[in-house]
Design a protein around this ligand. Structure first.
Ligand code: PGA
Length: 243
């Protein structure tokens, strides 16, 4: 793919008003002075910070998104947030099926597909996450697990314009361990054969020091960054590694 690399920051459950505003303003200032065509940055803060991030990013080159959405548009779902609500805050993206949601909230691939469908209906691009556990890879099951997750998590409304796949081996998330370039190359080739033109991100301990290598692997259309997206300079350096 020759399109701009997608560099997505997932802040997870981190960020209060002051630090969120400062970090985002720093990103917006830097992005405006670069006018990059090689990458598109996206910031996904906690739901409570979306409005603050949106205010800081308005008019900049950077887009923003949510970390999860409900599969219904509205209703009696205490504590949940709909895709339409995120759209209302100017979001362009929403992450669905992150392994932390699959693990801690028992989300199944069927639920993930319903969330992605809701995102599409609201006019958002869904970033659908898949990935295998450590013991699944050791047992030689990684391909089968990821393949099954893809089959069940991508709704029939998906197009290359409204859907992005993020491959995140679970054992590489927040651990400082990244998959080898060869493992990433193989898995992304497998995913490509299954999802056609949908963009594919890699995620799991991506940082400035390894971003250039990862971003230049075939079928890696961008990265999903957790911990390293909490530092504006580090996140910018990751984006600039696309060049
Ligand atoms: P990490 O998280 O970069 O901190 O490993 C990635 C993710 O969970 O999206």
């Amino acid at each position: 793919m020759t399109t701009a690399k997608l560099i997505v920051g997932n802040w997870k459950m981190n960020g209060l008003m002051t630090d969120s505003r400062e970090r985002t303003q720093k990103l917006a200032t830097a992005a405006n002075s670069h006018k990059a065509t090689e990458f598109q940055m996206v910031v996904c803060p906690p739901a409570t910070m979306v409005d603050i991030v949106a205010a800081a990013l308005k008019g900049s080159e950077i887009k923003w998104g949510g970390q999860d959405c409900h599969s219904q548009q509205s209703g009696a779902f205490t504590g949940d947030i709909s895709a339409e609500m995120l759209k209302d805050l100017g979001c362009s993206y929403v992450i669905v099926g992150h392994s932390e949601r699959r693990q801690h909230h028992r989300e199944t691939s069927v639920m993930v597909a319903a969330k992605a469908k809701a995102a599409h209906a609201a006019g958002l691009t869904a970033i659908i996450c898949v990935g295998e556990l450590d013991h699944e890879r050791t047992a030689g099951q990684a391909n089968r697990i990821v393949s099954e997750q893809l089959k069940a998590s991508i709704p029939d409304t998906a197009t290359p314009q409204n859907t992005v796949i993020a491959y995140e081996p679970i054992w590489a998330i927040g651990t400082g361990k990244t998959a080898s370039s060869e493992d990433i190359r193989q898995m992304h080739a497998l995913i490509r054969s299954q999802v056609g033109a949908l963009p594919i991100l890699y995620g799991g301990s991506v940082k400035a020091a390894n971003a250039a290598e990862i971003l230049h692997i075939p079928n890696v259309d961008g990265v999903l960054v957790g911990g390293a997206s909490l530092k504006a300079d580090e996140f910018l350096a990751i984006a600039q590694a696309s060049q």
